[in-house]
Design a binder for this molecule. Structure first.
Ligand code: NAD
Length: 480
């Protein structure tokens, strides 16, 4: 066992958590804070033996965990949720330092949501076994049986939120889990293991194997003993995972990137629309569901852009640990170079940069909120996810043209549409995405489906949809 890292006074184990115990590794890698690029310490690299031990521990724990009633698992998971809540301050501080996520967002959004993610699905599982179908011939008792050992793999931009969003239903359904946290922001998953331990979750029910995607992640998803793989991350990684899972015929759930349209119709309330558009820069644009393609009716484009400019000028860029900050750092120099590359190539290809376009003086990993216009629909910056504070703006002259532009990428995660409500709703219904907000942004409910169309993913999470994935649905037919 290695000494805990000290993250602003909070001890965080750098080791794996396997079978209810901390397990060290002979190999490790360094992590740093994107706030100032100062090293935070070294994290265990998950080797073949660790992945193997974690899957074995999960397999050993499975029969007893699966045999518990939903009510008994509910009791365990409510204790787990309470332990997460008890650690809320620590989780917020650690993720802010580790991933550069705004502390205010952690405090008011992510931390309460992490608790809810566990509690909601524990509660929801209680209703699952009630389903039955009556016919003249028979009663069909529809059972949601646990599937087995589940692998959960999450990205760095929202590790606490996304890991609990998957853990809640996976565990409530009676599965046991191996989590592989993101290597650029692995620390809150380690604290989740502490919470599980303190809550008395039986050893092996929840295991955490730290490590890089290429080594640990690839090893994990290639294992034929898995019953499910739940992944959130990028399209290229999803392809690698789907290939590995395909070889073993393991079902996968894929929540991937987005290039969501933000449509502003001519009858939109431009103040509201521009205020919401400025939110797309939050978390430095490192948000999968952000509406990064502004599609604005040509009649109001000038007016909208002026209002957005005023909003952007007021944005506070700086240290994510301070409550007033609205835009924090980019996660990693590699990501920073990628963003700058997109912007430079777009400008070289004829785009106009209305604001931003370069690094921000606050620190090495800060980037200015950027808006590019005069971009072609088939250009790289319109077609690909930048995952930084970079928006594009295109104009349209009719609803049909707006829809064509909105649907004209390979992505289909989300969308936003501002306009007179009935008009905006009618346009929203024609956009090919997994969800779309009308005159709003970010309203989520744990019971509602979440997921993407086209290259933005396979499957839906949330409410019953999570259980459809994490369970083996079985029809027990009893004749009358
Ligand atoms: P990524 O795909 O690089 O990595 C995600 C996770 O996969 C990490 O834990 C990584 O270690 C692991 N990984 C990498 N290669 C692997 C392999 N071969 N086998 C198994 N695991 C592997 O993504 P990222 O850069 O961490 O995150 C950003 C991406 O996530 C963006 O595309 C963003 O849109 C997407 N995202 C989507 C949602 C959603 O709900 N749809 C939410 C947040 C982020």
């Amino acid at each position: 066992m290695n000494l805990a890292l000290d993250i602003a006074g909070i001890p965080v184990s750098p080791d794996h958590y396997i079978g209810g115990q901390r397990v060290a590794s002979s190999e490790s890698f360094e992590i740093f804070s994107p706030i100032d690029m100062k090293p935070l310490g070294r994290i265990a690299q998950g080797l073949h033996a660790h992945v193997d031990a974690a899957i074995q521990a999960a397999q050993r724990a499975f029969p007893a965990w699966a045999a518990l009633s939903a009510q008994e698992r509910h009791t365990h998971l409510m204790r787990f949720a309470a332990e997460i809540e008890r650690r809320a301050d620590a989780l917020c501080i650690v993720e802010s330092n580790d991933a550069g996520v705004l502390h205010s967002r952690m405090r008011h959004g992510v931390a309460p949501r992490a608790v809810q993610n566990i509690a909601f699905f524990a509660e929801h599982a209680l209703t699952l076994q009630d389903q039955r179908i009556e016919t003249e011939q028979a009663t069909h008792f529809v059972r949601h049986d646990p599937a087995g050992v589940v692998a959960i793999i999450t990205p760095w931009n929202a590790p606490l939120m996304l890991t609990t969003w998957k853990l809640g239903p996976a565990l409530a359904a009676g599965n046991t889990v191996v989590v592989k946290p993101p290597e650029w922001a692995p620390l809150t998953c380690s604290l989740l293991a502490d919470a599980a331990h303190a809550a008395g979750l039986p050893p092996g029910v929840l295991n955490v194997v730290q490590g890089t995607g290429a080594v640990t992640g690839q090893r994990l998803v290639s294992d034929p003993r898995l019953a499910r793989i739940s992944f959130t991350g990028s399209v290229p990684t999803a392809r690698a995972i789907a290939q590995a899972a395909g070889a073993n015929l393991v079902p996968v759930s894929l929540e991937l990137g987005g290039k969501s349209p933000f449509i502003v119709l001519a009858d939109a309330d431009l103040d509201n629309a521009s205020r919401t558009a400025a939110l797309m820069y939050r978390n430095a644009g490192q948000v999968c569901l952000a509406g990064t393609r502004l599609l604005v009716h040509e009649r109001v484009a000038g007016d909208f852009t002026q209002r957005l400019r005023e909003q952007v000028q007021q944005l506070n860029i700086g240290d994510p640990r301070h409550d007033a900050t609205e835009i924090g750092p980019i996660i990693h120099p590699r990501q920073m170079n990628r963003i700058q590359g997109f912007v430079d190539r777009a400008i070289a290809a004829g785009a106009t940069c209305l604001w931003g376009g370069q690094r921000h003086a606050f620190g090495p990993l800060y980037y200015q909120p950027t808006l590019l216009t005069n971009v072609k629909q088939d250009s790289e910056v319109v077609q690909n996810e930048v995952f930084g504070p970079v928006l594009t703006l295109q104009t349209f002259a009719s609803d049909d043209e707006a829809i064509t532009l909105a649907n004209g990428t390979d992505y289909g995660l989300g969308g936003i549409c501002y306009g007179e409500t009935a008009h905006a709703t009618a346009v929203a219904e024609r956009v090919h995405t997994g969800f779309i907000w009308v005159n709003s942004f970010g309203i989520r409910d744990l019971a509602a489906p979440f997921g993407g169309c086209k290259r933005s993913g396979i499957g839906r999470e949330g409410g019953d949809w999570s259980f459809e994935f994490f369970c083996d649905v079985k029809d027990v037919v009893v004749p009358k």
